[in-house]
Every structure is written in structure tokens, then in C-alpha cells.
Design a protein around this ligand. Structure first.
Ligand code: GLV
Ligand code: GLV
Length: 310
């Protein structure tokens, strides 16, 4: 029997499979375990089941001599120092595929909400500003037939492209290792909507900076369901305020959550949702299953079903 530390309650029944095979400690609070708590629990654990809000760096791993497996409850694993884990012989797994459609749906929901100014429309009813049917107010953007630029044509990017076909959009995408595509500058210049679907890496950190925003169309809307750090938030705040771009819809920010008083909280034409891309019951329960399958394999020193290191 191994000891596993699971850093949050997870939806669905799959944790019971882990409990049947191993000793399992679950962090039951709503906020993540503080770093000192994670170190103390990790020090005794053979396996960790972590969330994207748990920072797993070399310093933490130095406190975890027994650790054989880290199973991240997310498709992204930028919260984990992969090199540090690999050099210590620790397997790291993630939960791809099961959340692709849920995340693509949310990207499209944000695109539609921003284009048709749904938050403003809903608010106008709420505050009693629905006076009559008005020809010129509020006027949003046409989605049908518009051009969508997809930055990062992986699983989620492709699923967004499929949805865009139903709206008869022209879809552009950046180059990938497997397919040709547009250089980012051209995509930014031509797109009415730009949706980000690349992982966070040193290469994509602040990929959307002041210069990139300046290349976008004045009416264009930026959608981010990937990672907050891909967008330079100070530059985005400026671009929204001075009308360099038409709007933005972010499901991910830097940091998360955006603290009270953060400049982006009061930016115009901005929708922010609290990182809910994969938040459907089906997706989250499947993520639990995958995360448990990964952990069970790693603890037995088998290749994980979705292992991200060798
Ligand atoms: C969520 O952001 C994930 O990476 O799964
Ligand atoms: C709008 O409601 C219309 O009938 O055109």
C-alpha cells in the first residue's frame, strides 16, 4: 500500500478505486493546501494528485523523497517543473481529451457572449434599463461568416475550428509541427476573433503582448481559455481602454484569481470567467478517472495512460 495525497475533493466515484488500493488523504478545503502543508504531506507521500493551482517545483520535490508519481488534474502541466520531476525518476501524468469538447464549448460561449455583448445586455435588464426595443443599441458583432484565428491548433484548437464551421466562419490557424498555417502576425491582422489554445511554455509566455495587440483589428475580440500568462495583462488593459481592440473574454488570468483592485477588473469590454473551461460534470468526472488511472499506474511503476515525461 502506498500513501497518496489528493489536493482537493474531486467529482465522481473514481477516487474510491484509489482508496481500494492505497491509503488516501484528501485535502477537503475549498482553497489549495498552503505550500508548507503541501511540503509536509508530500514528504510522506508516494503519490500526489495535484491541481493546476498547486505549484510543484524542485524545492517541493526535494521534500518528497518517496514520491514516485504525480498525477495532475488538468491537461496543462505548467504548474509542475517537469525536468525536476523527470530527473528524480518521478512519473507525471495529465488529463487530456476528456475535457476537449467542454473547453471548446466554453471558448465558443465566450466568443458569442463577447460578440453579442451578453453581459451588458443581461445587466441592462437587471438594472431596469430595458426601456423598449431599440434599433441602434446595443450593437454587437456578426459571428456568422467572420474570420476566426486559432493560436495553437491542438486538440482544443481543432474542436473550436469544428464549431466555427457551423457558423460558416473563415478559420485561420498558426503553424504547428504537424501542419502548415499562418505566421502569427498575419493571423492577428486578418482575424475578427482570436482564440488562444497553445500551452504555456517559455515560448508562449506573453505571446500576446503590446505589439501583438497592435496588430489586431480595432473591432477584434481576444478569447483566452488556455493560460493567463500567454497574454500581457498590462498591455491588454491598455488595448481595451484605448480601443486598440474591440474586446476580450478571458477564462484564465494572471494571477488567478484576479485580486480585488486589479486593473483588469475594471477594464471596458472585458468578460472574465473563473477558469471554468473543463467545468462540466461529465468532463470533470472523466478527469478524475484519468487522474486516478495515471496515479495507479505510476505507483506500480507502469507507464501512465497519459504520461507527459519519459
Ligand atoms: C485546465 O486549465 C487544464 O489545463 O485542464
Ligand atoms: C426582431 O425581433 C424581429 O422580428 O426582427
Amino acid at each position: 500500500m502506498a500513501l497518496c495525497f489528493v489536493t482537493r475533493q474531486l467529482p465522481g466515484p473514481a477516487l474510491d478505486q484509489l482508496r481500494a488500493a492505497h491509503d488516501v488523504e484528501v485535502w477537503t478545503e475549498r482553497l489549495p493546501p498552503p505550500p508548507a502543508e503541501l511540503r509536509a504531506r508530500g514528504a510522506r507521500a508516494d503519490g500526489l494528485l495535484t491541481l493546476l493551482s498547486d505549484r510543484v517545483d524542485a524545492e517541493l520535490l526535494d521534500h518528497c523523497p518517496r514520491l514516485k508519481a504525480i498525477s495532475n488534474y488538468a491537461v496543462g502541466y505548467d504548474n509542475i517543473d517537469l525536468e525536476a520531476a523527470t530527473s528524480r525518476g518521478i512519473r507525471v501524468g495529465n488529463t487530456p481529451e476528456v475535457l476537449t469538447d467542454a473547453t471548446a464549448d466554453l471558448a465558443f460561449a465566450l466568443l458569442l457572449a463577447a460578440a453579442r455583448m451578453l453581459p451588458q445586455a443581461i445587466e441592462s435588464v437587471r438594472v431596469g434599463d430595458w426601456l423598449t426595443w431599440e434599433p441602434g443599441h446595443p450593437l454587437g458583432h456578426e459571428v456568422h461568416g467572420a474570420t476566426l484565428g486559432i493560436v495553437g491548433l491542438g486538440r482544443i484548437g481543432r474542436a473550436v475550428a469544428q464549431r466555427a464551421q457551423g457558423f460558416e466562419m473563415t478559420v485561420l490557424h498558426t503553424r504547428t509541427s504537424m501542419s502548415t498555417g499562418e505566421p502569427l502576425e498575419l493571423l492577428l491582422e486578418q482575424s475578427d476573433f482570436v482564440s488562444l489554445h497553445c500551452p504555456l511554455t517559455p515560448q508562449t509566455h506573453h505571446l500576446i503582448d503590446r505589439a501583438a495587440l497592435a496588430q489586431m483589428r480595432p473591432n477584434a475580440i481576444l478569447i483566452n481559455t488556455a493560460r493567463g500568462q500567454i497574454v500581457d495583462h498590462a498591455a491588454l488593459r491598455e488595448a481595451l481602454t484605448d480601443g486598440t481592440i474591440g474586446g476580450a473574454a478571458l477564462d484564465v488570468t494572471d494571477p488567478e484569481p484576479l485580486p480585488a483592485g486589479h486593473p483588469l477588473r475594471s477594464a471596458p469590454n472585458l468578460i472574465v470567467t473563473p477558469h471554468i473551461g473543463s467545468a462540466t460534470r461529465v468532463a470533470r468526472e472523466r478527469m478524475t478517472q484519468l487522474a486516478v488511472d495515471n496515479l495507479l499506474a505510476g505507483l506500480e511503476d507502469r507507464q501512465m495512460p497519459h504520461q507527459v515525461n519519459r
